[in-house]
Design a protein around this ligand. Structure first.
Ligand code: UDP
Ligand code: MG
Length: 331
């Protein structure tokens, strides 16, 4: 084991791993090549998300023998989004790059992301030009989902982008200050702002093994995206309520009209029953909608997101220190 102190890394590569033993030999070789080509000291952090195969054994051994590699093992499978958060929290570099273990996000693109970072961008995400590796079903549902989420959400979540992304250290710190439980990481970066740009790439098929995102996990991620970044579903009830009440009122007019005109085909008591039932169900829905508005407020509060994120400050160092802190300094 090499215990000589290493220079502080400039780049941190974060790789979430869940049962990926089939791709690890090739991944490690490609990472070695990529790290050798970068213009500063680099660390790679593997996060083992509770794998049940040999992934953890291989990666732990790698971290012990090669000082550029680190290993974080989670106690069970917490899911991709939690795993990348754990890896980012452990990163010490100035720029942090998150990429999948299965080489669907080609390491060569990292070089282009770093160029953008050096130009001054603080978030560089990979946009998928094509998704050769993914089934037609996955492509279609993903594209539909992002269109839908784009409509609903008040922040602009980039389409065709996954979690393959470079972020600057200060964006990372703002991200880690967001304590929310259901993490939809791509939405959180969109929410954070900063200078963002994209690098386009062709997404290759997975190198080996099979996807760790079965339909159920995909649906769960999608629901976190919608619930975390939009309160439109909560407001749905109120609009339905108004629509039902409106229709009920029109219907009531029609029924009363017939009743006044002495229409004998109407069963006695039917008109009043129908009017009462439709009026009450409309009221019910409006009330549910109003509750929804309050639940939405509570939901926004419990996420405990910061009110705003400061990206830079200037000129503050010339301001005289307040009296109290000067006294403390002197003490
Ligand atoms: N992954 C993870 N935990 C999970 C599921 C996936 O850490 O519960 C990792 C997985 O090992 C891979 C990345 O997340 O590195 C993306 O998963 P995958 O390639 O299966 O997703 P897809 O590309 O099919 O959407
Ligand atoms: Mg993949």
């Amino acid at each position: 084991m090499d215990l000589t102190p290493q220079p502080r890394p400039r780049y941190s590569i974060v790789v979430p791993v869940f049962n990926e033993q089939a791709v690890l030999p090739v991944l490690l070789r490609r990472l070695d090549l990529m790290m050798a080509g970068l213009d500063g000291p680099t660390e790679t952090i593997f996060v083992d998300d509770g794998s049940s195969d040999c992934s953890a054994i291989i990666l732990r051994a790698k971290a012990r023998e090669d000082p550029r590699y680190r290993f974080v093992g989670l106690s069970r499978n917490f899911g991709h989004q939690a795993a990348i958060t754990a890896g980012m929290a452990a990163a010490t570099g100035d720029a942090i790059i998150v990429m999948d273990a299965d080489l669907q996000d080609p390491p060569e693109v990292v070089g282009q992301m770093i160029e953008k970072w050096q130009e001054g961008y603080e978030v560089v995400y990979g946009r998928r030009l094509s998704r050769e590796g993914d089934s037609a079903f996955k492509q279609a549902t993903a594209s539909l989902f992002y269109k839908f989420l784009g409509r609903l959400s008040s922040v602009d979540i980039p389409r065709d982008a996954g979690d393959f992304r470079l972020i600057d250290r200060k964006v990372l710190e703002a991200f880690l200050a967001m304590p929310e439980q259901d993490r939809f990481v791509r939405g959180m970066f969109a929410w954070l702002g900063f200078r963002q740009t994209e690098v386009a790439f062709h997404r290759l098929p997975r190198l080996a093994g099979e996807t760790k995102y079965p339909l159920l996990k995909m649906l769960r991620l999608a629901s976190h995206g919608v619930v975390g970044f939009s309160d439109a579903p909560l407001r749905l009830a109120i609009w339905c309520g108004f629509a039902v009440s409106g229709l009920a009122a029109l219907y009531a007019l029609w029924v009363v009209g017939h009743w006044l005109a002495g229409d004998t085909s109407l069963v006695a008591g039917w008109a009043s029953t129908i009017i009462i039932v439709s009026f009450l169900s409309g009221m019910n829905m409006i009330m549910t909608g109003i509750m929804g508005l309050y639940v939405g407020r509570i939901h926004a509060e419990v996420k405990r997101r910061p009110l705003y994120v400061v990206s830079e400050k200037a000129g503050f160092d010339r301001v005289a220190q307040p009296q109290s802190s000067r006294t403390i300094d002197a003490a």
